[in-house]
Design a binder for this molecule. Structure first.
Ligand SMILES: [Cu+2]
Length: 271
């Protein structure tokens, strides 16, 4: 046994030194954007971009196929609509944990693209201190469930709210994570601080029953919003939402009552 264990240990070790860990494990290529010097490949877990929160992974290779490991990347998604253009909430980009050549960040697409109205992403990255740029059209599909809300609050400000977790819901009290942004202009979205996101999960197919032990979301130190989402059985759930400001004024959304089955803002999930 000991010898076998030792052999396995040695062979594993050997393998590790010979073949580097695949930094793109579990990810699928969505698209590659190129300029004459580099190919910028964008990956997600699903292999596509969808409305809502998208964790995106980036690898940039030169024409010899060698990935950049010492670059600083930024991006700018823009939607070109018939009458105007706008951006969306997005994070900065950092190196993926324990990776050499893979970088990561997120983008919240608040609407899907189409033939006539499309999303484009610009990627800026440094090589030896010089900024390079590449730009390309990207496909953004509509998610099958509602996972992002874009609305105007009673304070006349526009907000974008997107569900991040649970990615894999369970019959349990789940951790729920949401990002909340305020629209400062068509091109500029900032994290909206010190709000409360109230939740009321319901099963519309089962008498609109709710669940106990939910905890409304408040902001964490990383600026994202955290709470507890209680799901008492599998099936289709509507997570009714209300957005409250720091003084607990409700800016958007309504309480669920016997006569009022749902809030005007909600997320959906099914499992
Ligand atoms: Cu749009």
């Amino acid at each position: 046994m000991l010898v076998a264990a030792l052999l396995i240990f040695i062979s594993c070790k050997k393998e590790n030194t010979l073949t580097p860990v695949n930094e793109l494990d579990g990810l699928q290529l969505v698209t590659t954007i190129s300029n004459d010097k580099h190919k910028i490949s964008l990956y997600t877990a699903s292999g596509k971009f969808q409305t809502g929160y998208n964790a995106i992974f980036i690898q940039i290779k030169n024409t010899e196929g060698t990935p950049l490991t010492n670059t600083t990347i930024s991006w700018k998604p823009t939607m070109h609509m018939m009458s105007m253009s706008h951006s969306c909430p997005y994070s900065s980009i950092a190196k993926k944990e324990n990776a050499q050549s893979v970088y990561t960040g997120y983008v919240v697409f608040q609407m899907a693209g189409s033939e006539m109205e499309y999303w484009e992403i610009e990627i800026d990255y440094t090589v030896d201190g010089i900024v390079n740029t590449a730009k390309g059209k990207i496909q953004v599909a509509a998610a099958s469930k509602r996972v992002v809300e874009s609305f105007q609050g009673s304070d006349s400000k526009r907000y974008v709210m997107a569900l991040v977790e649970p990615a894999i819901p369970r019959v349990a009290v789940n951790d729920i994570k949401v990002v909340l942004y305020r629209m400062e202009s068509m091109m500029n979205f900032v994290t909206a601080d010190n709000y409360t996101i109230k939740i009321d999960p319901r099963m519309p197919g089962m008498g609109n029953h709710g669940s106990p032990n939910n905890v409304n979301l408040t902001q964490g130190t990383d600026k994202m919003y955290y709470g507890k989402l209680s799901l008492t059985m599998t099936g289709f759930w509507k997570i009714n939402l209300q957005l409250a400001d720091a003084s607990q004024n409700i800016l958007k959304g309504e309480p669920v009552t016997d006569v009022h089955e749902a809030s005007s803002i909600f997320f959906e999930l099914e499992f």
